[in-house]
Design a protein around this ligand. Structure first.
Ligand SMILES: Cc1cc2nc3c(=O)[nH]c(=O)nc-3n(C[C@H](O)[C@H](O)[C@H](O)COP(=O)(O)OP(=O)(O)OC[C@H]3O[C@@H](n4cnc5c(N)ncnc54)[C@H](O)[C@@H]3O)c2cc1C
Ligand code: SF4
Length: 464
């Protein structure tokens, strides 16, 4: 039997909650709110509400951390019967693997990588496969910069282009989907698509109406404070940031050397500022400033339950082209057909690639997110803390130096948000910078030590 308090304590208190909004879809007593750290979490509208056994069970089954089903179970149900589909333990099912970009129109120019995300949505609408597209656009609400929104036209779809390193939740749009018949497609991060799949196992209306899922690769989720802090470094104080483009492509630089473009008030006057990401503190994704802790407890790098997965082609042979390229993993036959037609009609330029090329583009992501999660789970278990059942078993069997990297990443993840709160209350960005710089320095020193150890090993054992 499932009990609300038990599930809530396991998932939310232990920070295994991805903030997707799935609980606010299955239960009317739950709503999503941003907390003071700028992260979405579920809250009860009425704390005295008594959940029936069925309701508590639905909460359990719609949450990735407590569901009986994992990504392998769901993806097997969805794709194992697709003719000629292949399977790779890291990439999941696939019918096609590509690296490339959209040639047609301004999709690539306006997109974060090769523009595939917006292009696929637009093709689904044009081909009458969907009535509505759900993607992430600027919010009209003063409390936040971005939110999921629904559109039924190309303009709305194009409005959502670009990566938002910013939290969103889907309960509002999925509740609209439940009220309004039609065929929908949604773009989402791995935990979001997976929890939508779990919702679809519980709710036949969602299953019937959610026709296509476009998955993004996700290094980790950021809190709203990430955008706020980037802006603060540029002179726009917290509360004064109005717009942010996290992925401004730069002429004459490789694709992975992107900038941010922000608009907000500086001394009462609206300004637009462009800064290279590499010049801002918090740019290092490995260090994970303002990472939502739950992101450390997902093993799905490649959005295995999505109909198509898109990521950045972070490979030297592709990043030299500053206009950007996607990695693309196709699983759904309709989307495969759209891509085949796009290639045939010169709307897309892609290379068909092998599994290793796709893996290489996210090699460090696999190491951290998937394989070294074993150590993070091991540490939790050792502390007698509850851990979710993952596809990776707890283990301390990683090299000593990698344990140090993991320990420091955990420290950064847990301490950065607290120092930021203190800096906000003091209205002092330097306070924050002085507190976090030593964390960052120690992290870099661990990597320095790692390089020295590797060099010594190469000297002692040249053949290895
Ligand atoms: C938080 C986050 C972390 C990421 N980490 C990685 C990574 O580690 N490695 C990697 O290869 N790729 C990562 N990506 C994906 C990558 O940045 C691009 O979004 C992807 O390559 C698609 O680019 P595009 O040019 O095809 O898309 P575009 O044509 O620009 O379209 C992007 C689509 O994604 C939607 N979208 C944007 N932000 C969000 C969001 N937060 N949640 C749901 N939908 C959103 C947009 O509304 C739009 O529909 C990440 C994306 C996000 C949002
Ligand atoms: S890393 Fe995984 S859990 Fe974290 S936000 Fe991205 S998809 Fe969700």
């Amino acid at each position: 039997m499932s009990d609300f308090k038990d599930i809530y304590n396991k998932v939310v208190r232990n920070k295994y909650d991805f903030g997707t909004g799935s609980w606010a879809v299955v239960n009317k007593n739950i709503e999503m709110r941003l907390d003071k750290y700028g992260e979405y979490h579920p809250y009860q509208k009425n704390n005295d509400y008594q959940y029936s056994e069925n309701e508590a069970n639905n909460l359990k089954e719609s949450c990735l951390s407590t569901s009986d089903l994992n990504e392998s179970d769901i993806s097997k149900r969805l794709y194992s019967q697709v003719p000629k589909i292949k399977y790779n333990k890291d990439l999941g099912y696939y019918s096609g693997l590509y690296v490339g970009h959209v040639v047609e129109g301004d999709y690539r120019k306006n997109g974060s990588s090769g523009g595939f995300g917006t292009w696929i949505l637009s093709q689904l609408l044009k081909n009458d496969e969907i009535d509505f597209a759900i993607n992430v656009t600027g919010s009209k609400d003063n409390e936040k910069l971005f939110e999921y929104s629904i559109s039924d036209n190309l303009k709305g779809i194009k409005n959502g282009a670009k990566t938002k390193y910013y939290p969103v939740e889907f309960s509002k749009v999925i509740n609209v989907l439940k009220e309004n018949p039609g065929r929908y497609a949604i773009v989402g991060l791995p935990s979001f698509i997976m929890e939508l799949r779990l919702l679809a196992t519980i709710d036949p209306v969602i299953k019937e109406r959610l026709k296509y899922t476009i998955g993004l690769v996700c290094g980790h989720q950021k809190s709203t404070k990430f955008a706020e802090f980037l802006a603060w470094q540029c002179g726009i104080k917290p509360g004064n940031l109005e717009k942010i483009n996290f992925r401004k492509k730069q002429d004459n630089y490789p694709a992975d050397r992107y900038a941010i473009e922000i608009t907000g008030k500086v001394d009462g006057k609206e300004q637009t500022i462009i800064r290279e990401m590499k010049d801002l503190l918090g740019n290092d994704w490995g260090q994970g400033f303002f990472k939502v802790r739950a992101s450390d407890f997902t093993d799905d790098v490649m959005n295995e339950t999505a109909d198509v997965t898109l990521g950045d082609a972070w490979l030297p042979e592709y990043t030299k082209d500053n206009k950007g390229n996607n990695i693309v993993i196709v699983r759904n036959p309709v989307i495969q057909k759209i891509i085949n037609n796009g290639i045939r009609n010169d709307k897309l330029t892609v290379d068909s690639v092998d599994e290793n090329t796709i893996y290489r583009s996210q090699a460090s992501h696999f190491k951290h997110t998937k394989y070294e999660m074993a150590y993070r789970l091991f540490k939790k278990q050792k502390n007698n803390e509850w851990i979710p059942k993952k596809r990776i078993e707890p283990s301390s069997n990683i090299p000593w130096i990698r344990k140090k990297v993991q320990d420091q990443r955990e420290k950064i993840c847990l301490e950065v948000p607290e120092y930021y709160q203190e800096a906000l209350s003091k209205d002092d960005i330097d306070y924050f910078i002085n507190k976090v710089k030593p964390l960052s320095k120690k992290y870099k020193n661990i990597y320095l030590l790692k390089r020295i150890i590797s060099k010594i090993k190469r000297t002692l054992y040249p053949s290895k």
